[in-house]
Design a binder for this molecule. Structure first.
Ligand code: THU
Length: 136
């Protein structure tokens, strides 16, 4: 079912809210993400760390995998908030995962409690590798 799309500012606020659920006792760096899907659904995520550090998962991937595992595979926007209050960008691994489910998506950054800017994912991940490359 199609829902009206939230604004970029609203998506940013949801990412800020999601940050509260971060489990980050090792880095103490709390991150929240909110993704919007083509059909207007919103899914949020926070980073989840582990005593075995390498098993940590970023907020962006938690949000995307939640969306995908509930049947929403087309993502149009992602907003990312971090506890240092500065503009934070998705890490390289998350950019690759974002690309799988929305090469045309926009990445909304947040600083000091509000939306800072919007970038195209292709600007942040140029010359990407994606599903289409496997068909060639
Ligand atoms: N982290 C994210 O959740 N997203 C990012 O884009 C960058 C890093 C998390 C992973 C780890 O829990 C903490 O931030 C410090 O790297």
């Amino acid at each position: 079912m199609q829902k009206p799309q939230v604004t970029d500012e609203e998506l940013a606020r949801m990412a800020i809210g999601a940050m509260e659920k971060a489990y980050a006792p090792y880095s103490n760096f709390h991150v929240g993400a909110a993704v919007a899907t083509e059909d207007g659904a919103i899914f949020t995520g926070a980073n989840v760390e582990n005593a075995s550090y390498g098993l940590t998962i970023c907020a962006e991937r938690v949000a995307i995998f939640t969306a995908v595992s509930q049947g929403h595979i087309r993502i149009t926007r992602v907003a990312v908030a971090a506890s240092n209050l500065e503009e934070v960008f998705p890490c390289g691994a998350c950019r690759q995962v974002l690309n799988e489910f929305g090469p045309e998506m926009n990445v909304i950054t947040i600083a000091r409690g509000q939306m800072a800017a919007s970038y195209s994912l292709s600007e942040l991940l140029p010359r990407s590798f994606g599903p289409a490359d496997l068909q060639k």
